[in-house]
Design a binder for this molecule. Structure first.
Ligand SMILES: Nc1ncnc2c1ncn2[C@@H]1O[C@H](COP(=O)(O)OP(=O)(O)OP(=O)(O)O)[C@@H](O)[C@H]1O
Length: 305
């Protein structure tokens, strides 16, 4: 049985149109399915938990943006008994880009109905003193997270989505956030043994996939099935230099800049001198001075082709 969890309001209403296309195809192929629509935050997580604990074995499909995929994945249990599918209809769509998923709803659905490749994907966990959050794309602290915090309720995002340009939201807000940008001392321990101290850091992005923020290829070598997180740490530099760096990050060429460091680890403990914004898959995870970002143990069977 196929269970669909649909965020109708993703990408400013595009989610409903995407679902209508998908439903038409399901009916024309006489595929048995159940559909649930989310109407508020966190409902995707609750639905995913209910379906995976009561109805496995089954295929669970999220229809929406990266935030919806994040909620559904956060709620899933019984990984060995389910297959996860994703039909992108969001603003940024970094998850689809990172896994090379089909972007058209009909092609994405065909891949889910007739899977040729199911990738065992490791899900990440960001532990804060209050709560543990999950992520599949990335989790970050500092500048990139401040951009995500603003993008979540942005009317600019709604406007750009209206013209099919939602991806540019993050770049636009990033340019604005540059004005507010500040750095902080950071101490970081990787895998309980490699210790680093930095005087001034703008942000750290822990990447399971290559892209975040609507296409910034912060960790060009990130691979969701390799059991490692790739970290991109950007030290303080002039704002003019950041302005030059950001566009190169779309091609992953920012790694050549002095002050940009790439690490690979299974666990990162990050302490900052002042509280900084934290995100998981673009969703808010508060302001924190201490986070532990790590990969989980289990692998989620993710239909990728
Ligand atoms: N019916 C709803 N109305 C408003 N918000 C919803 C609804 N259902 C879910 N949400 C919330 O909307 C948030 C954003 O949704 P989603 O990520 O799918 O779309 P998006 O923001 O357009 O895309 P992206 O994350 O790729 O930028 C999710 O965190 C989810 O909790």
């Amino acid at each position: 049985m196929y269970y669909f969890i649909v965020n109708p309001s993703s990408s400013s209403g595009k989610g409903m149109k995407t679902w209508q296309t998908v439903e038409h195809l399901l009916r024309s192929e006489h595929v048995p399915y159940h559909v649930f629509f989310t109407s508020r935050k966190k409902q995707g997580e609750e639905l995913a938990h209910m379906i995976s604990s009561r109805h496995a074995p089954c295929t669970i499909v999220a229809v929406g943006g990266d935030g919806t995929a994040n909620e559904v994945i956060s709620g899933l249990t019984n990984y060995s008994q389910i297959q996860f599918g994703y039909i992108p209809s969001g603003s940024g769509n970094d998850l689809a880009a990172g896994l090379n998923l089909k972007s058209s709803p009909s092609a994405a659905l065909q891949a889910i109905l007739h899977p040729k490749k199911v990738l065992p994907v490791t899900v990440g966990c960001t532990h804060t003193p209050e709560k543990t959050y999950h992520f599949i794309v990335s989790s970050g602290i500092g500048f990139d997270a401040a951009v995500c915090h603003e993008a979540v309720n942005s009317s600019f995002k709604k406007l750009l989505n209206h013209f099919g340009l939602g991806k540019l939201t993050y770049l636009g807000i990033a340019l604005k956030q540059l004005i507010l940008l500040h750095s902080t001392p950071v101490s970081m321990v990787l895998d309980d043994r490699r210790q680093f101290e930095f005087d001034d850091v703008f942000f750290i992005a822990a990447m399971n996939l290559k892209y975040e923020g609507g296409g910034f290829k912060f960790c060009p070598e990130a691979d969701p099935s390799d059991d490692y997180l790739d970290l991109c740490l950007v030290e303080k530099m002039s704002k003019l230099r950041i302005l030059r760096l950001l566009p190169t990050a779309f091609r992953g060429e920012h790694v050549k800049f002095d002050g940009v460091h790439i690490y690979r680890c299974k666990k990162a403990v990050i302490r900052t001198a002042s509280p900084l914004a934290v995100h998981t898959d673009g969703e808010k995870a508060g302001f924190q001075r201490l986070v532990t970002i790590a990969l989980g143990q289990e692998k989620l069977p993710f239909i990728v082709a």
